[in-house]
Every structure is written in structure tokens, then in C-alpha cells.
Design a protein around this ligand. Sequence first.
Ligand code: MTE
Length: 322
Amino acid sequence: MALRDLLNIRSTDITDEAVYRQRRDLISAMALAPALTLAGCAEAEPPPAPKVTVTPAQARAGFKTNEELTRQADATSYNNFYEFGTGKADPGNAAKTLRTSPWNVAVSGECEKPGTLSLDDLLKGLASEERIYRLRCVEGWSMVIPWQGVPLAQVLKRFAPTSKAKYVAFTTLADPVQMPGIRYRSINWPYREGLRMDEAMNPLTLLATGMYGKPLPQQNGAPLRLVVPWKYGFKSIKSIVEIKFVERMPETAWHDLQPSEYGFFSNVNPAVDHPRWSQKTERRIAGNASKLFAERIPTLPFNGYGEQVASMYAGMDLKKWF
Ligand code: MTE
């Protein structure tokens, strides 16, 4: 996420205290720069979600694409997983230490059947599905990845969310013993993400357990991660240990760090630039393309999944609720 660019330092050169101070100063400076400050969205609640239904045929049209796949070697060696370092190769090199079994997920909040379940119990009886999705990182690169997993909606329904559940909050494991990057306060650990309830229940939203027909490698978020293909990649939180149904929009890791740059919704949108770079095009890392010099292609609204998801945002100002 170019955090090192932002701080103009290398994470290996700094103490926690220095990162904290520089980030705090940077955030205060941004608050005083109206040109850079887009409307934050933790302060107010967005308009209520319209009642919409996506037909099964519409949903299915989004489950696959004929676009050229990213090579497995690229998808598993060019990663963002800051718990293992901020370099693209760091997670592939360092995440082998992540123990993915046994793995429990605690589900709580506004639901009738909360509980802590083993991964097996969480997914028991649910058929694994394949989804070939585009993944568009907010940094301006994208991949096409075959995932295996179960629709998030099927898992959430097991816990019988109540009518008070308006959002779902997710948390990644934060274990400094297994995750060397946690020593640096690059993010306010643990990594947190969230979805509005209708987004969580959308048929496109996947809880992935595998990719390329194999169990997820640690660097890609084993043993359980979210894949939300119409949103910037940072919404697709890895190595989930907690799911909570909540009434108010939850705080999320990147919004917490830079509210003016990373909104809660973070739908892929070429019409809303990141304050420091354009979002109109993306570097597509697929097939034999080089990771750094891949061809740039136009970025599509909702990452090309408008037919499946645009109606969830009808009447919403997408510049305000970026
Ligand atoms: N989840 C956690 N816990 N920590 C992270 O640093 N990075 C996010 C997202 N999920 C991240 C995370 C970002 S910025 C992106 S682009 C995707 O994971 C990258 O997923 P990939 O490495 O499988 O391509």
C-alpha cells in the first residue's frame, strides 16, 4: 500500500515509536489539507441499503471469466500481507511459520447462535465452489485468480443474525510469534475489515479456503480469507479468526490508518482517484506478463461486476462513500 513511500522510510530502519510519530504527524497534516481530504465515512452513517435482489442467473454470470489467469507462481509470490512484512515477497518468504491447523473462528454480536467453531465445523456440509475472480489492488495492479470456497452468506446464516445486524466485522489473527510484521506498527493490529450486511450476503462474496485447486498457501491468507471481487483488494481480509455482527459501521484497518485515503466501502471506481494516484487504469499481472511492467488496462466500475452489485448502491453518492 506504499506505506513506506508515505512515510519515506524503510520498515527495517525504524522503531515502533518513530513509525507512530511519523504516522501521527502525517495524519494531522492530512487533516489540515482540505484538497486532499475526502469525506471521511466513520463520522456519519450512510443511507440505508436499498432492498434489491440479484437473480441467480445474474449472479452466476459473475462467477467466472474467460480472461487470462495469473500464473500461480505470481499470485503466491507477489502479495500484500503486512503481518509478514511490507515487501511483496515478504509473505511468500516469511508466512511458512503460520500454523493453520488447528484453527478456530469466533462468531459473536447480533446473532442468535454465537459460538467459537473449528474450521471444519464452520464449513461442515457446505459444498466448495470455484470462482474465477479479478482481484484489483488499490495500488493499481490486478490479477485473475481461481479460488475455491463457500459463499459467505451460507456461513453467516448458520449463526442466525438478528435484524440489528447491519454490518459484519472481520478480524485477522495477530500473533507476534508467528507473524514477524506485527512488531512494526505499520497498521493498528489486528487487521480488521467489514462489510455491510447486504454486501456480505451477496452471492459473489466468497470465504475462500483454496486457490488453483489447492489449499490456500499461508501468504494468501490460509486457512480462511474473504474474497470480495468488486472492492479493492484490501477488503479481502486474510487468515480470519473473528466474525462479529454489529449494528454500526465497524472501524477497519486501512480506514483507521488513513481515513481520507481508504473509505469503508472501497468499491473499485475509476472515477474516484486515490488522493495520491489515479485509479483509471491497472497493471494486469496475468499469463506471461512481467509483474512490474505488465500492460495497463482500463479499470472498470465495480471491477466489472456492476451487473451483480451496482444496485446495492443505488442512490448513494459514491464519491462521498468511497
Ligand atoms: N489481510 C491481512 N490480514 N493483511 C494484509 O496486509 N492485505 C490486503 C488483502 N488482505 C492484507 C490482507 C491487500 S492490500 C490485498 S491487495 C490483498 O490482501 C492481497 O491478496 P493476495 O496477496 O492474495 O493477492
